[in-house]
Design a protein around this ligand. Structure first.
Ligand code: NZQ
Ligand code: ZN
Length: 386
């Protein structure tokens, strides 16, 4: 196991009707900017619950943050923060709204002129306006981590940033909010959380027995809960287990002291930037090919995964590893997610070369746990997904 330091300061308030607790958690006299997405909160009752809970506060609203939060729109929210002298940000939504809010937290106190530099500088973000979240869609783990991902349409870029200042002060997780989520978004949440675990697990053995079993327990729970939550999103038992899995998959815990990969996400973000494909679907497209292409480097963990998650106990290490990848792809199919790029867009043919060139231009010359996945390998992995 590698050395590590771990601190996650986000307070989680989990359970039925916990949105009512909001007022107790927000600093007195805060002037709040309430941020939300395209309007689902207005039809499922979450908006009303939030406003009721905030009745003693001065609240300004900013709605319309789109899925894959867009820089140009957030820059309008930044103007509101400055002109209205906002002191606290409250994200009510899924990963996109929470990520957009994290960017605004950093941008609100940023001293340089162009906030986009927060995403290109590569520097950890150490200052931010206080913010919190009411999670409406389990998937990203953004409610309990310090990262965010922004899209910029004018340049077709999707970049990530983060830092210790960007943990939410608190996040409210009421599994009842899941009942209004469309099936495809629930499937996205399952696939995103599943892949978050894989990115921190599917590397090479590192004698981190507990981290491996934390990771495996999240994968097993997601597999077990998937049919129930897809069948009935108002099944509270399924919803609460699904929600907590998504948070635990990317709140830092399972990644301590272990090598991490993240190539699937880095390549996947390009597919969202180029074709607008949902984040989780890009992961289901890339992950099987990434593991097939890198099977030699990852086969011990792939075989362990095949045994412990999918019960594959016969065959050589290579056979088990291969079976583990096949099972992963089958899992994505079983929740209704397609795994070939050509099933999402007819314009896929130049994607491999374009992504590979972009990575070269950015100096991303070695991805993965051993920094050995070069742009030429990325091109081959993307071609394998066509
Ligand atoms: O915008 P509204 O109307 O609210 O509708 C949303 C949106 O259309 C809808 N939705 C959310 N909660 C709902 C609901 N509909 C009905 N009932 C509810 N309770 O779902 C749609 C998708 O929402 P979005 O927030 O975009 O989804 P998700 O949570 O999957 O977030 C995706 C974004 O997070 C980034 C992704 O790249 C993508 O931009 N990620 C963030 C990470 C992080 N911060 O740690 C890690 C991830 O790997 C990921 O990259
Ligand atoms: Zn993800």
């Amino acid at each position: 196991m590698n050395n590590f330091e771990f601190k996650n300061p986000t307070k989680i308030i989990f359970g039925k009707d916990k949105i009512a607790n909001l007022a107790k958690e927000i600093p007195a006299k805060a002037k709040i900017l309430l941020l939300y997405g395209g309007g689902s909160i207005k039809t499922n009752g979450v908006y009303d619950q939030v406003l009721k809970a905030l009745s003693g506060f001065e609240v300004v609203e900013f709605g319309g943050i789109p899925a894959n939060p867009e820089y140009a729109i957030l820059m309008k929210a930044l103007q509101v923060i400055k002109s209205q002298k906002i002191t606290f940000l409250l994200a009510v939504g899924g990963g996109s709204v929470i990520d957009g809010t994290k960017f605004l937290s950093a941008a609100a106190v940023y001293e340089e002129e162009t906030p986009w530099n927060l995403l290109t500088s590569g520097k950890p973000i150490l200052k931010g306006m206080p913010f919190a979240s009411v999670l409406t869609l389990p998937a990203t783990g953004s409610e309990m981590n310090s990262g965010f991902v922004l899209t910029r349409k004018e340049t077709k870029e999707k970049l990530a940033a983060g830092g210790p200042a960007l943990y939410p002060l608190f996040s409210i997780l009421d599994p009842q909010v899941i009942s209004s989520i469309p099936k495809n978004q629930i499937a996205n949440g399952l696939a995103d959380a599943y892949t978050h675990v894989l990115e921190q697990y599917m590397t090479y053995p590192n004698d981190a027995m507990l981290q491996d079993r934390f990771a495996e327990s999240i994968l097993q729970t997601l597999v077990e809960v998937a049919p129930a939550i897809l069948k009935d999103p108002s099944d509270y038992n399924a919803a609460s287990n699904f929600m907590w899995c998504c948070t635990m998959a990317l709140n830092g815990l399972i990644g301590q002291g272990v090598p991490q990969d993240w190539a699937v996400h880095m390549i996947g973000h390009e597919l969202t930037a180029m074709f607008g494909i949902d984040h989780a679907c890009t992961l289901a497209i890339i992950a099987p090919s990434h593991y097939r292409y890198n099977i030699e480097a990852k086969k011990e963990k792939l075989a362990q995964y095949a045994e412990r998650i999918w019960g594959i106990t016969t065959g050589t290490i290579d056979e088990k590893a291969q079976a583990g990848i096949d099972k992963t792809e089958e899992f994505f199919h079983s929740i209704g997610i397609k795994t070939r790029l050509s099933e999402y867009t007819p314009d896929y043919s130049g994607a491999a070369e374009k992504i590979s060139k972009r990575f070269t231009a950015r100096g991303w010359l070695g991805l993965g746990e051993r920094q050995k996945v070069a742009p030429a390998d990325v091109a081959k992995i993307v071609e394998m997904c066509y």
